[in-house]
Design a protein around this ligand. Sequence first.
Ligand code: ADP
Ligand code: MG
Length: 623
Amino acid sequence: MNDLIQLLPDAIANQIAAGEVVQRPASALKELLENAIDAGATKIQVVVKESGKQLIQVIDNGKGMSATDARMSFERHATSKIRNSADLFSIRTFGFRGEALASIAAVAQVEMKTRQSTEELGTLIQIEGSEVKKQEPVATTPGTSISMKNLFFNVPARRNFLKSNPVEMRHIVEEFQRVALAYSEIGFTLMQNDMEVYNLFPGKLSQRIVGLFGKNYQSQLVPCEELTPHINVKGYIGKPESAKKTRGEQFFFVNNRYIKSSYLNHAVSTAFENLIQPDQHPFYVLFLEIDPSHIDINVHPTKTEIKFDDERTVYAVIRAAVKQALGAHHVVPALDFSVDVNFTETWTNDESKKADVDREYSYKTFNTPEFKKASTSGWERLFEGNDAGIRPERTALPDVDRDEEEAEVLTFSSRANPEDSSTVFSRPAETENTGTTFQVELNYIVAQMSTGLLILDQQASHERILYERYLRQLKVAQGPSQQCLFPPVVQLSPGDYELVMGVITELQSLGFMLAEFGNNSILVQGVPADIQVKNEKELFEGLIEQFKNFKNELSLDNRENLARSLARKSSLKRGQKLNAQEMETLVGQLFACQNPNFGLGGNKTFVKLDLSSIHSFFGKSHV
Ligand code: ADP
Ligand code: MG
């Protein structure tokens, strides 16, 4: 028999890798900027046309490349930054996977001009869809200029997925801001369609912040610094009065690399507690310095997520640093000494436990279920004993990476689901609302109607609404999707993988966009549009967990089970604060259900308190 297995041609392998590295113009910009910084540039110019869809050009004055290196740099896994696996533990440069240029060249038309300062002439390379079109000597200034034209010209499906110009430009600006903040000693310019967006001179961090966000920040910045033997925190926080209703200007950097962490964001938020409204978000730009062997930056292909060995200590240090800064600058009247934990001790204890574990091993454990469990239980403990009003929702991933139109979507009044808006008005006349609706214990919704009061269990009601919606979507097989910005890879056990494969069409009907990723893992490229997702990976894993639980408890068919599981997983929970409009929508949607009376567990979704029973409480027998 003939052998069937062949290695993929490089161009195709590169295109596949590009799916991970280059998701949109902004992700390509990030890679190019990082390369320029790694090359020691002190001045970096960025030129963008049509929000990067037509052109992204990055010009640096860094060390440049030799002719051979210039050609090599487009090969996959070609990197000058690590030589062996031990280096992986001490990475200080940005790149190291050696896939960025290869990926970009696979999905765009790229022109590179590069010259080392010791050479007379530089090198010009043109490459399109991984195919080298031209390589020749060229007269050029020292440094490197790379232009990426017509991103996804050869992958129309991906090009069609790009968002509108304003949305893509916002991502570009965000990426640019992150890099510019981390390197205030480097000069940056950003031009969009021949207009100057930023011209940032080298300077101190505070100057960079003002350069990026405006002069009014000058009087709003409070320096923040906390040095401990294992972690240093430095940077600025905004005074409480500068807090905003929208998230966005919140930046964490770990060893100068921008990261997202809802957990650490929570540390800052709690330090601001009582100084700002619960729905406001403080400004901060905080830099953490930590020994690279205590972090794993490899958990995520686009590298904005991070795992710390000892997340809780990092949390405590950040919280203390912010509290301290607020106190020291008389922003709060008195210091709260309760946060003054002895960090050194916490860390040392942990170290001694791990003393006999070598690095190789501790690196691997990042991916073990035990590690995941340990870090999530830390999370949960954080919310123990908190008032019902303070829930993880508030600390969800910053909205910065969500498109505005998506961020506006309410959990249960999705724009993707137009029928919902009409349902608000279609409830029975007897439930007509005659006054304000309010929440009791963030658990029940009380609505006034002409004949008495209506009391809804918010979670049970929402589960009912979602359940019926998902059943409908499964029937018509077209639940709307939202694309994940950073599609997570979910690793499954072989059993769970089979399970998922068994209901893959149903999952797609609900709006999940899933791709096989080899080795029992799945790439989650999109999730149902009407769910407010904080963490797509958690949503998907939780859904499967719930699906399995229901499968054991009840003998449901797969569709029924999926609709229930997703409703349970994505519903409003107790303790979630709702505004008047959300409550109204919920009540309206419940009574638009086919069977509004009962929740998924057979429990009641609402009770009515008639006027006559209210009268009878007071011994009055009639109205
Ligand atoms: P990585 O950055 O992960 O090593 P890249 O594909 O981004 O991989 O780049 C490949 C190599 O090309 C780098 O290791 C570096 O040697 C070289 N290179 C890329 N961009 C530049 C630049 N702007 N200046 C100098 N060298 C560069
Ligand atoms: Mg790189």
